[in-house]
Design a protein around this ligand. Structure first.
Ligand code: FES
Length: 167
């Protein structure tokens, strides 16, 4: 007595061979394209563009005897009786900025108490290495060029050009 034909089965869209192949090939080609794209992405380097570490810091002869702080560039320019050199104002322990105490003639780090001489050598504290000297050169016009990308802290090397200028 009952009608055996189910209405839902009659309403199903027919999947033809052509439709099946169209979607199957489409999915395969999409997968292939994304795989090739992923492999090609490895050939593009992840480059972090940072500002140049080189800058002009005024006239060499304008620097007075003692320590001059360039806060914007985080360097100290130090002139003594022999010449001029620059130091990166970054503690070699964990990277804090030490302060210069002229009365004690030393840099003292506020974070964990490292002390450094005016030459950058460790006097006290947990810092494992001397402060880094930065490259300093003088242009023919007498300008001071500082390059923080070139550094040295070994005695005997840091006291010569290009980390020291005889003034
Ligand atoms: S960061 Fe300077 S002593 Fe630790």
């Amino acid at each position: 007595m009952s009608d055996t034909t189910e209405p839902s089965a009659l309403n199903q869209p027919e999947i033809t061979r052509r439709t099946f192949l169209f979607w199957g090939w489409g999915a395969f080609l999409a997968f292939l394209a994304s795989s090739v794209g992923s492999v090609l992405r490895f050939f593009l380097p992840n480059v972090l563009y940072e500002p140049s570490q080189k800058f002009r810091a005024g006239k060499v002869l304008d620097y007075p005897l003692g320590v001059t702080i360039d806060k914007a560039n985080r360097v100290w320019i130090i002139r003594d009786s022999k010449g001029l050199y620059g130091m990166w104002a970054r503690c070699t322990h964990l990277g804090c900025t030490p302060n210069w105490f002229p009365a004690e003639a030393r840099f003292r780090c506020p974070c964990h108490g490292s002390n450094f001489s005016a030459e950058g050598d460790v006097i006290a504290g947990p810092a494992p290495k001397p402060l880094w000297r930065v490259q300093v050169t003088q242009t023919p016009q007498g300008d001071l060029l500082v390059d923080k990308a070139v550094m040295e802290n070994r005695p005997g090397f840091r006291d010569k050009a290009p980390f020291f200028i005889n003034v």
